[in-house]
Design a protein around this ligand. Structure first.
Ligand code: C5P
Length: 219
């Protein structure tokens, strides 16, 4: 069984997807982490975020892989665990440029389909329901207002000791959504058969309950 969870930045996709996967004992795959890892790879090697050939060369020379641990999914670049490094502001603010490159998407989509091939999976991203797993049994499109999303990110950041002004976070989220939904290849878009869930006024528990109900009905 395949469950696709898509939606804009910071809508709580990974939090919800992880909990649903845990409850159902499914594999969880965070596809955003893959685009972030390629962005980090470019940064580490001083290759421009728009340098298609340079990035493709790096992708052919390095290996990205995932492991599922008790504390969640870990991402490795060659032998190095980069799960934390892919969450920096620098990566967050440049990932949309890298993820707009057609050839990068072709390679990562193939990896994602291979991962989903012979296992029950919950996959979150931007194009899972539309492109990666168009036949997924369950498709959820998770949204929340940009104010609520910025507020959630602000709180999370404070817990991690980061104090970025709320307005800056709001602008960053809006800019990333704009880029992700206006790129040429597989833009962020609700699949026609996806069910939209607006989490603006919902707690995590309420969202998990709602999504579980949809899974029970559709799956
Ligand atoms: O989900 P997350 O915010 O970590 O995703 C980071 C970025 O990766 C997105 O802003 C988007 O540019 C890209 N992405 C994508 N397609 C996906 C998942 C993420 O283009 N399926």
């Amino acid at each position: 069984m395949q469950i696709a969870i898509d939606g804009p930045a910071s809508a709580g996709k990974s939090t919800i997807a992880k909990l649903i996967a845990k409850n159902l004992n499914f594999v969880y795959c965070d596809t955003g982490a893959m685009y972030r890892t390629v962005t980090l790879l470019a940064k580490k090697n001083n290759v421009g975020y728009g340098d298609t050939l340079g990035i493709l060369k790096l992708m052919s020379e390095h290996k990205i892989h995932f492991t599922n641990e008790i504390d969640g999914q870990h991402v490795f670049l060659d032998e190095e665990d980069v799960s934390k490094d892919i969450r920096t502001e620098e990566v967050t603010n440049n990932v949309s440029q890298v993820s707009a490159i057609k050839e990068v998407r072709t390679q990562l989509v193939q990896m994602q389909r291979d991962m989903a091939n012979d296992t029950n999976i919950v996959m979150d991203g931007r194009d899972i329901g539309t492109t990666v797993l168009p036949n997924a049994e369950v498709k959820i499109f998770l949204i929340a207002s940009v104010e609520v999303r910025a507020q959630r990110r602000y709180k999370e950041n404070l817990e991690r000791g980061i104090n970025t002004p709320l307005k800056e976070l709001q602008d960053e989220i809006a800019a990333r959504d704009y880029k992700d939904s206006h790129r040429e290849i597989s833009p962020l878009k609700k699949a026609d058969d996806a069910i939209e869930v607006d989490t603006s006024d919902m707690t995590i528990e309420e969202v998990v309950k709602k999504v579980s109900e949809i899974v029970n009905k559709q799956g």
